[in-house]
Ligand binder design. Structure first.
Ligand code: OAD
Length: 238
């Protein structure tokens, strides 16, 4: 680890929330082995059967509302509090709000958030944990039938990519936690960070698809491996 590091970027995926009891996507009992992406997570599915897609995300909200951050989320929040002279950003692919619940800041949800709705007519984003329906009216433009979960579907562009690009190009340390490295553009973020000079770490339980792009690999459950690593970072940089 480089002692001059001033800007740390985390990229998190479903694996960081697994120890909070939330399903990942591609494990044996993962979400995409129980539901077809083409039925619930494409823009075409939403156009074809909006109420069915709303019901899918309505059914997920209570569990994600109740979920609590685990030791991995809490350790990142602790790092942000302890290293006040550093810029520490979190790019997450997760639609849960466990980084927020852990007390973190500088969080960029590139795949959206389960507790937000977006109007396809005017772009207005509203926050709610309540159910949403295909007949809902936008609180901003008052049109009916244009409200969509603010979740990036396959076929849509991820959010905040301009800010994220800048973070990747200016960070000194890039740390990926609990993502399988198969969904782009997130899977390619490590390459941008590395090209611009960052040292790169991957925390996962298994060998990932983009494993070869990282400088360092730390295998194991993030709830155990990440807090230890973060203790070392704090000791080194404080
Ligand atoms: P995946 O389900 O593809 O991958 C989860 C990764 O977490 C796997 O590599 C696991 O080995 C790892 N993992 C599981 N438990 C872990 C633990 N306790 N500690 C460390 N690692 C652990 O989930 P993502 O990579 O997040 O997109 O998936 C990326 C995107 O694909 C998601 O954001 C979602 C999905 O389609 C959208 O919905 C747009």
């Amino acid at each position: 680890m480089d002692k001059t590091c001033k800007h740390i970027v985390f990229l998190t995926g479903a694996g960081i929330s697994a120890e909070s009891g939330l399903s990942t996507f591609r494990s044996e009992d993962g979400l995409w082995n129980k539901h077809r992406v083409e039925d619930v997570a494409t823009i075409e599915a939403f156009e074809r059967q909006p109420e069915y897609v709303h019901q899918f995300y309505n059914s997920m909200r209570p569990e994600l509302f109740a979920a609590q951050p685990n030791a991995a989320h809490l350790s990142i929040a602790r790092l942000q509090k302890e290293l006040k002279q550093h810029k520490i950003s979190i790019i997450t692919q997760n639609v849960d709000t466990l980084h927020e619940k852990a007390g973190s800041n500088n969080i960029y949800h590139i795949h959206g958030q389960i507790n937000q709705l977006v109007c396809l007519q005017c772009g207005h984003v509203s926050e709610t944990w309540a159910e949403a329906h295909s007949t809902d009216v936008c609180p901003n433009c008052h049109t009916q039938g244009n409200i969509k979960p603010n979740i990036v579907f396959f076929g849509e562009t991820p959010l905040c990519l301009d800010v994220v690009d800048n973070l990747l190009k200016t960070c000194d340390l890039f740390i990926s936690v609990g993502t399988s490295g198969v969904v782009y553009p997130a899977a390619g973020f490590v390459q941008i960070a590395k090209l611009y000079g960052a040292e790169t770490y991957e925390f996962n339980m298994e060998k990932t698809s983009n494993n070869y792009m990282f400088d360092h690999h730390i295998f194991g459950k993030a709830g155990s491996t990440l807090p230890t690593f973060i203790d070392e970072l704090i000791a080194q940089y404080q």
